[in-house]
Design a protein around this ligand. Structure first.
Ligand code: IPM
Ligand code: MN
Length: 365
């Protein structure tokens, strides 16, 4: 029997309630695939700051080090509540970025996918959606503005100033380029490279390295698009995209736009892959405004489990079964209140009920 250790960081806000549903799915997969998933819960995020004095406590680091993979819920507090935590311990800066840095999780996969049957979730018109939406954003996750040198102070003229650097070296670019080309090879062999080389020197180097790496993948067609234009095309014709690759900050912004065209970030899980370790997380925040009410949809959390099954444990078939099980719950006309639109013809169910129905559907597959 295969045995894997999985660190479970349920995070803040709706994190614990959607993680509970993901665990139900993991338990069923363990049983029917005859694998042993040893789940190691750890404190992480604002809740960890209040219980342990640190948003990424030492003991959580130790259990993540020990785990074969990490599954993480959303973190963060409301803008007001964040002020109760010192700036450097706020969960984004104090926990999430250190997690990314610790495991060098440079390759962030954000699938933007909506089968035709779920197209009603999207705000786009049916004629724009066509046969559904299905592309993947590959975001470089440990470089650029997020991790560059930062300096604040008062300049010679007595004015407060800030200097934040967008840094990449060629190795950082080539490793994400390889991931993108390899992903494109497995899909439609078209790669959209997103850049801003008409202004940014960082994009000039980025594109140079993309070209060099691309020489090893002659079967992949590269289309270079400026990031601002890409934002427009995502609304007007998302069907032209299959694999998109971009630097960290562009990826942060365009992936939220991806969530927008799906109708909700709640429909977007993600995988963050490093050379030795990977972690999996929903692309959205902790939604403190609806936490604890049992109305949040666990799709992105369960989808993150599906990505982990495929990418960390080689269980691609079972991952597909999990996706199909989730989609069948929507197809049966059920949804949670957070995803439903006023007047939509859906049967509203709770977070836990959604999870139970996914487990029931998976059990039949
Ligand atoms: C994301 C989030 C994070 C980011 C925040 C929480 C720091 O928005 O994963 O996209 O900006 O990367
Ligand atoms: Mn983001």
């Amino acid at each position: 029997m295969s045995a894997y250790k999985i660190a479970l960081l349920d995070g803040d806000g709706i994190g614990p309630e959607i993680m509970a549903e993901a665990v139900k799915v993991l338990n069923l997969v363990a049983e029917r695939q005859n694998v042993d998933f040893q789940l190691l819960p750890g404190a992480f995020g604002a809740s960890a700051y209040f219980s342990h004095g640190q948003s990424f406590p030492e003991e959580t680091k130790a259990l993540c080090d020990e785990a074969d993979a990490i599954i993480k819920g959303p973190i963060g507090l409301s803008h007001e509540d964040s002020k109760k935590i010192p700036v450097d311990e706020q969960p984004e800066r104090g926990a999430l970025l250190p997690l990314r840095r610790r495991y060098d999780t440079f390759a962030n996969f954000r699938p933007v996918s909506l089968p035709k049957g779920l197209a009603h979730f999207s705000p786009l018109k049916p004629e724009i959606i066509g046969e559904g939406i299905d592309f993947i954003i590959i975001r470089e996750l440990v470089g650029g503005l997020y991790f560059g040198k930062k300096e604040t102070g008062v300049n010679a003229a007595g004015k407060r100033y800030v200097n934040e650097m967008l840094e990449y070296d060629e190795d950082q670019i080539s490793r994400i380029a390889k991931v993108a080309f390899e992903t494109a090879q497995k899909r439609k062999k078209v790669l959209h490279n997103i850049h801003k080389s008409n202004v940014l020197k960082s994009s000039v180097l980025w594109n140079e390295v993309m070209d060099e790496v691309g020489a090893d993948y002659p079967d992949v067609e590269v289309k270079n698009i400026l990031v601002d234009a890409a934002a427009t095309y995502l609304c007007l014709n998302p069907g032209q995209f299959d694999v998109m690759v971009m630097e960290n900050m562009f990826g942060d912004i365009l992936s939220d736009q991806g969530g927008g065209i799906l109708g909700s970030l709640g429909l977007m899980p993600s995988a963050c892959i490093g050379p030795e370790k990977a972690y999996y997380e929903p692309s959205h925040g902790s939604a403190p405004d609806i936490a604890g009410q049992g109305i949040a949809n666990p799709y992105s959390m369960i989808g993150s489990v599906a990505m982990m099954l495929e990418m960390s444990f080689g269980m691609a078939d079972e991952a597909r079964n999990v996706w199909l099980a989730m989609q069948s719950v929507f197809a049966d006309g059920f949804s949670t209140p957070d995803l439903s639109r006023p007047g939509a013809d859906v049967k509203l169910i709770s977070t836990a009920d959604f999870g139970d129905r996914v487990v029931a559907a998976l059990g039949k597959s």
